[in-house]
Design a protein. Structure first.
Length: 143
């Protein structure tokens, strides 16, 4: 029990480490929020600009949402999507997976493999696939 808390809120926030595709431990802070219709559990990578973020939802239990969150984390961290360095990133597969966020200056950043990719980086990646088709899909982070 943390700080006199009882019930599920005594378990949150929590810190958890997950091994990534390269065998490195990535540290996350996991929080839980109870809304009118259920529980949302979020994990944010500690001390990394951009970094990985995950979320899961359950109508019935924060622990059910936590289980889904952990599945997402382990699956996502097991796969590497890009390689290279700023301005010279390359896709390792025919698919990118990540999240959309702000760069803090009014611009957009795609976070892939915990790496913030600017629009210029994305343009460079796409330029090497000129003439190919694509399937652009945006999904809810809670699903």
């Amino acid at each position: 029990m943390k700080k006199g808390k009882q019930g599920w809120d005594a378990d949150f926030p929590m810190r958890e480490e997950v091994e990534d595709y390269a065998g490195r431990a990535r540290a996350f802070v996991i929080t839980c929020h109870e809304g009118g219709l259920g529980f949302t559990v979020r994990a944010e990578e500690e001390a990394r600009r951009g970094g990985y973020e995950f979320a899961a939802y359950s109508e019935t239990s924060p622990y059910s949402a936590l289980g889904r969150l952990r599945q997402k984390m382990y699956r996502a961290l097991a796969t590497r999507h890009v390689t290279g360095s700023p301005g010279a990133y390359r896709m390792l597969h025919d698919r990118l997976n990540g999240r959309i966020t702000s760069d803090g200056k009014g611009g957009v950043v795609l976070v892939v493999d915990g790496i913030p990719l600017g629009i210029e980086d994305l343009a460079s990646i796409l330029a090497s696939h000129e003439g190919w088709g694509f399937d652009f899909q945006i999904v809810d982070a809670l699903e």
